[in-house]
Design a protein around this ligand. Structure first.
Ligand code: AMP
Ligand code: MG
Length: 304
């Protein structure tokens, strides 16, 4: 199934999250049936990220957005672990610091965008500035409402400079969110994840839904598309994200960089070095063997 086509928000479409089933798992009935595919795509991600890094010409920016408990951290853990830390970076955006808040909202974002050859995963992103900021009136409407255009221009500029952008909204239902909050309560290893705001933010579910619908509708462009991933089943979420990212990387037609050396000359140097190493090794062994021989002669004489 073409998840990329199925989950992509086509530019100009008015998104209604209520029409999208967060329980969707395509043809897969359970995790077991999805696992071989997930392994295949994570392996692909590994190979393609290596190629992106080696080629050093283009970069990839992945934005993860979702409500609390929807699995941003889990997606990073279970999908992007496959990538080599050399050339991959995760950046989480929190409530802006004093210094960040004293600049325009894209200032802190631009500093974290990927360099050529790099993959950067944003755990939350510039979209918080039209989501949490809008829901809690952190700036007036005439300020946040202009940010959609600013975001589209910003992303267009990144794309023009060789950055590919994929944006994922992880879509869960309110009852699934509560189930995951419960898991956090039940598991001491997850207690650190619990925050008061999980419950206070949940009260704003409808306002967040509206803010997400607007952001997804206004900022899904041909160059920087949004994907709405059904995420009630963590294993399906992982499968869908890994497949979409792997296929996007594959479409970049990346190549290992052209040789910057004369390979025949290097081969000659290698064989010369090998010959020298073998000769030296033989000489070293010869020296090591001699005292042994002496010793053997001695022991023969002594009749042992
Ligand atoms: P977490 O991702 O759970 O570590 O939480 C980070 C918190 O920072 C969330 O409550 C976000 O809504 C908040 N946050 C991130 N970016 C912004 C922003 N630009 N303005 C206000 N709050 C933000
Ligand atoms: Mg959180």
């Amino acid at each position: 199934m073409n998840y990329s086509q199925l989950f992509r928000v086509n530019p100009g479409i008015k998104v209604k999250l209520g029409d999208i089933d967060p329980n969707f798992t395509a043809k897969h009935k359970n995790q077991k049936s999805a696992l071989p595919k997930l392994e295949k795509y994570t392996q692909k991600l590994r190979e393609l990220q290596y190629l992106l890094y080696a080629e050093g010409k283009q970069s990839l920016l992945i934005c993860l957005q979702a409500l609390d408990g929807a699995g941003k951290d889990g997606t990073i853990n279970h999908v992007f672990w496959a990538m080599n830390p050399q050339g991959t970076r995760v950046h989480g955006f929190k409530f802006p610091s004093k210094e960040e808040a004293e600049h325009d909202f894209l200032w802190r974002i631009h500093r974290q965008t990927p360099a050529r050859g790099e993959v950067v995963i944003f755990n939350r992103s510039h979209y918080e500035d039209v989501l949490v900021v809008r829901v809690h009136n952190l700036v007036p409407e005439d300020v946040w409402s202009k940010r959609y255009d600013a975001i589209n221009d910003f992303e267009k500029n990144l794309v023009a400079n060789g950055t590919h952008i994929l944006k994922f909204f992880l879509h869960i239902s309110p009852d699934e969110q509560l189930r995951r909050f419960r898991q956090r309560l039940d598991d001491p290893a997850r207690h650190w994840k619990i925050s008061e705001s999980d419950y206070s933010e949940r009260e704003f579910w409808d306002q967040y839904t509206k803010a997400y619908e607007d952001a997804l509708s206004k900022t899904s462009t041909k160059h920087a598309p949004w994907y709405i991933i059904p995420a009630n089943y963590k294993w399906f979420r992982n499968l869908a994200v890994s497949k979409i990212v792997a296929e996007a990387l594959e479409s970049l037609n990346m190549k290992f960089p052209a040789l910057r050396v004369d390979i025949n000359d290097i081969k000659r140097k290698y064989h010369k070095a090998l010959k020298k190493e073998k000769t030296e090794e033989r000489n070293r062994r010869g020296k090591e063997v001699r005292p042994d021989k002496e010793e053997k002669k001695d022991t023969k004489k002594k009749g042992r």
